[in-house]
Structure formats: structure tokens, C-alpha cells
Design a protein around this ligand. Structure first.
Ligand SMILES: [Zn+2]
Ligand SMILES: [Zn+2]
Length: 347
């Protein structure tokens, strides 16, 4: 049996004909297995959805109760049999509920990792290494220039700025699912105890995280807060709000943006961000290459991002590698296309 007999790459996602399912399809299908709730992976309109409880809940928050015909929740480590194919979900360390999906048939194992990172994150279960024959990896930051610094050091920069400018309001742009909550949790971990303010677009998902036991401390809505009350505070908001009239409600706003892309100074300048914070929910170059090597896979399929450099690296290591031409990934989280995420999904 060849890997392609288990999973076939198509332009709208990988498909398992034996098990009659797709993984993270970009068009509506009868049965979808979803790695995580970012909108480029999790779309509404499938007949049946199999995902972790958190991913199902987050999809429901974003798309409403009728986002799929039927849903089935699966735990990490749990397996289901679909047409003789064994499917198991494992933590991906990307955002709350994010999973890698291992697909096994006839002694062959293919792991679709979705988006992942191999560094600690207080808001989600840590990445689990799953030995496999074929590893499907993302490539969002797959260039040697991307080496993410320690997130705690970036949070220390933010707190340093808050201490330096006690009269100013700090506005931190962050993706509304995952990044915003991670920044809040890291601030708490660093000992910051003041209330943290939320843009309206951040409220429901952040409160959902808190309801799942993630320690986020006291959260307040910016809506309704008096201008004077916001002096010296930290507010999480979508990046698009940083250049909006919305900022006028804050005293002397100072803008920050938490993203792996802040490694690129030109990008920070282009966005007009005063305080770039390099905090990413994707593996960096070292994380990607170390993970690929550690899986033991001899065949690497590369999706959404800088496929070429990673495919080339695999070749130098004697690994078979191919880019998958899946159209539509990377439109949310840090995958580059912020327009779709901030114009479309976030109110
Ligand atoms: Zn993602
Ligand atoms: Zn993605």
C-alpha cells in the first residue's frame, strides 16, 4: 500500500477514500475531520464533523449552532474506526483543542498535523510527537530567518513599556483565537495582575477559554469603560482595530502587535506598530525541521506557506518531500492573509 492509498491530496484538502472523509477541507464535504478551529481549517457547512470538543465549541461560537449536519467529539489519544481506517487525535500545541490526526491502515501511518508548535503554551495541551511514515507539515514560518524568541521575553518587553508609560493605554493587536488568550495567560504568568481589557471581537472566545479552566485573571470589556479608567491598562484587540477610530477612546494609545511576522521589521513598520512582539503559535524553522526529523517519517508533505525551503531541506536530509497545492490555507491566524481573518471573521 502507498501513502496515497490512505490519503489523497486534493486542491481542497486531503481526502481518505477508504474512510470516506476529508481532513480540514476548504469546501463543504460529507464527513470532515477538523484539526483546529482557525477559519482556514474549520469551515461551516459539512455534513458531519469529527473534532475535539474544544474545536467543536469554538466552531459553534463562530458559525452558530447549525455549522454542521452532525458533530462528534473525540478526545486526545482516542481512536475511531472509519471504514477500516483507524483515526487517532493527538495534541498539536497550536491553540486550545488543536489536534494532529493520525490515520492508520495496513501498517502504514500518515499524520496530518494541521498547524503546530513545539514550545510551551499555557493555553493548550503540549505538542505530542507521533512517530509515522508520512508527516504532513505546515510551513508558515519555514525559512531559516524565522527563529522565534522566547515568548516570555517578548511579554517582558510589553510590561517594560507599561511601566515606562504609566499614563498611556497599551493596545495589543492579536488574533482573536489563540494568540490573544496566550498573551493574556503569559502576562498572568509574568505576574501582571491588573484587569485586562478586551475589544468586542475578543470577548466570546476569551471567555470560552476561561470557562475551560485557562487562568486568565480579571477580564473587562473596553465597551463602556471611561477614558480615564484605561490609562496604564492593557487591551487586546484585532490588529485592524489598531488603525481604527476605535483607538480614540484610549488615552495616548501605544500600539503593539503579537505575531511571528513581527520578526520582519518592515512588516512592523508597514502596520505602523510601535511595539512589535514576536509571539507565534507556529513552529519556527528550527521547530519545523526538528519535528520532521523526530517523527522518523521518510515522506514529508508540506502545506500552506514557504513550501520550497522546507522541501529542499528534506531533500538534503534524504527525505522524500512534496508540496501540497491546497488552496485556501493560511487565511487566518498567522498564515499571512490577515484580510480574511480581520475583515471577514472578526466583527
Ligand atoms: Zn491555525
Ligand atoms: Zn493554518
Amino acid at each position: 500500500m502507498r501513502p496515497e492509498d490512505i490519503l489523497v491530496p486534493t486542491p481542497s484538502g486531503v481526502c481518505c477514500k477508504l474512510g470516506a472523509f476529508h481532513i480540514d477541507p476548504t469546501r463543504p464535504v460529507e464527513r470532515a475531520l477538523i484539526t483546529h478551529a482557525h477559519s482556514d481549517h474549520a469551515r461551516a457547512g459539512h455534513g458531519a464533523v469529527l473534532a475535539t470538543q474544544e474545536t467543536l465549541d469554538l466552531m459553534r461560537l463562530r458559525y452558530g449552532d447549525n455549522f454542521a449536519g452532525t458533530t462528534q467529539a473525540i478526545c486526545y489519544g482516542e481512536s475511531v474506526d472509519l471504514g477500516g481506517v483507524k483515526v487517532t487525535f493527538h495534541p498539536a500545541g497550536h491553540v486550545l483543542g488543536s489536534a494532529q490526526i493520525a490515520v492508520r491502515a495496513n501498517g502504514l501511518c500518515v499524520v496530518a498535523s494541521g498547524d503546530y508548535k513545539n514550545v510551551a503554551d499555557p493555553t493548550c495541551a503540549p505538542f505530542e510527537l507521533v512517530p509515522c511514515d508520512v508527516f504532513i507539515t505546515e510551513a508558515t514560518f519555514a525559512l531559516p530567518v524565522f527563529r522565534h524568541p522566547d515568548a516570555d521575553d517578548e511579554i517582558a518587553k510589553l510590561l517594560g513599556s507599561v511601566a515606562l508609560f504609566p499614563e498611556r493605554a497599551h493596545l495589543v493587536g492579536a488574533y482573536s483565537l489563540g494568540k490573544a488568550q496566550r498573551v493574556i495567560a503569559l502576562l498572568r504568568k509574568a505576574g501582571y495582575q491588573a484587569p485586562i481589557y478586551l475589544h468586542g471581537a475578543m470577548e466570546s472566545i476569551t471567555h470560552y477559554y476561561a470557562s475551560r479552566g485557562i487562568a486568565l485573571g480579571e477580564l473587562r470589556a473596553v465597551r463602556g469603560a471611561a477614558k480615564a479608567e484605561l490609562a496604564g491598562t492593557i487591551t487586546l484587540c484585532p490588529r485592524s482595530a489598531l488603525s481604527d477610530v476605535w483607538t480614540r477612546r484610549f488615552p495616548e494609545p501605544l500600539t503593539a502587535f503579537a505575531s511571528g511576522w513581527m520578526r520582519i521589521r518592515a512588516r512592523a513598520r508597514q502596520y505602523g506598530v510601535a511595539l512589535p512582539l514576536v509571539v507565534s503559535d507556529h513552529a519556527d524553522w528550527d521547530g519545523l525541521t526538528a519535528t520532521i526529523a523526530a517523527t522518523g517519517a521518510s515522506d514529508i508533505w508540506v502545506t500552506h506557506g514557504q513550501e520550497d525551503a522546507l522541501v529542499h531541506w528534506c531533500g538534503t536530509r534524504g527525505l522524500k518531500a512534496r508540496p501540497l497545492d491546497i488552496v485556501g490555507y493560511g487565511d487566518e491566524d498567522e498564515g499571512g492573509g490577515e484580510t480574511a481573518a480581520e475583515g471577514g471573521v472578526e466583527p
